[in-house]
Design a protein around this ligand. Structure first.
Ligand SMILES: CC(C)(COP(=O)(O)OP(=O)(O)OC[C@H]1O[C@@H](n2cnc3c(N)ncnc32)[C@H](O)[C@@H]1OP(=O)(O)O)[C@@H](O)C(=O)NCCC(=O)NCCS
Length: 180
């Protein structure tokens, strides 16, 4: 597969948000409320990505994957997010039809490299929904350690966007060089 990877820019906001929203709709149902998933995620995420890509924080790195002229993957990390755990991989999504073909592994490797380039001693961590067993298997296969269980913060701080109090796990790579 001839997949191209590059840093995202402000012009990618709408496509990134579209891929992100589609992935939420497929994988976050049961944790995120149907009313939110069926109506709002495109607008909510377009706002978030427009701001993020137009005014990135100093530690932000967003990488996208393209295939056949289409955006098929995204990763977003915030370097220096946590004094203990290091850089936060806040988002990692691959287009549904292209899963299990190595795109996620390459996005994770490029993200780890970006963290190492900017902060060589930093760890890498993320939060994954308890129900998202496929992603947990992916992170375990890539050497991530499940170190903690917590509750999911509601998107945009709105509790009605969640169903009850879903749980999530922290996965950690104290040394992200294992990913590169
Ligand atoms: C999780 C995700 C990013 C992984 O990316 P991907 O491109 O599908 O993964 P890869 O092809 O690089 O997977 C490599 C290996 O990880 C493991 N793996 C990946 N997905 C898996 C799954 N659903 N179940 C079990 N193992 C899995 C396998 O060992 C796989 O190797 P194999 O296919 O040879 O068995 C992708 O599936 C995705 O976007 N999922 C939906 C969104 C999501 O859950 N994002 C994470 C939010 S925290």
């Amino acid at each position: 597969m001839n997949v191209r990877f590059r840093m995202a820019g402000p012009d990618d906001a709408v496509a990134v948000a579209g891929l992100h929203a589609d992935s939420w709709q497929r994988h976050y149902r049961g944790a995120y409320a149907d009313a939110f998933l069926d109506g709002e995620p495109d607008g909510f995420l377009t706002g978030r990505w427009t701001e993020r890509l137009a005014n990135p924080s100093p530690g932000a790195r967003t990488i996208v994957a393209e295939y056949g002229g289409e955006l098929v993957g995204l990763s977003h990390v915030e370097i220096g997010a946590d004094a203990t755990w290091g850089a936060l991989l806040d988002n990692l999504h691959v287009q549904s039809g292209l899963k299990r073909q190595g795109v996620g592994t390459q996005l994770l490797a490029l993200t780890a490299q970006a963290v190492q380039d900017a902060a060589p001693a930093s760890g890498l961590y993320l939060w994954v929904l308890e129900q998202n067993v496929g992603a947990q298997k992916f992170y375990s296969a890539r050497g991530g350690e499940n170190v903690e269980r917590s509750t999911v913060p509601p998107p945009g701080g709105e509790p009605a966007r969640l169903i009850g109090t879903p749980a999530c796990y922290r996965f950690s790579w104290p040394d992200p060089s294992v990913l590169t």
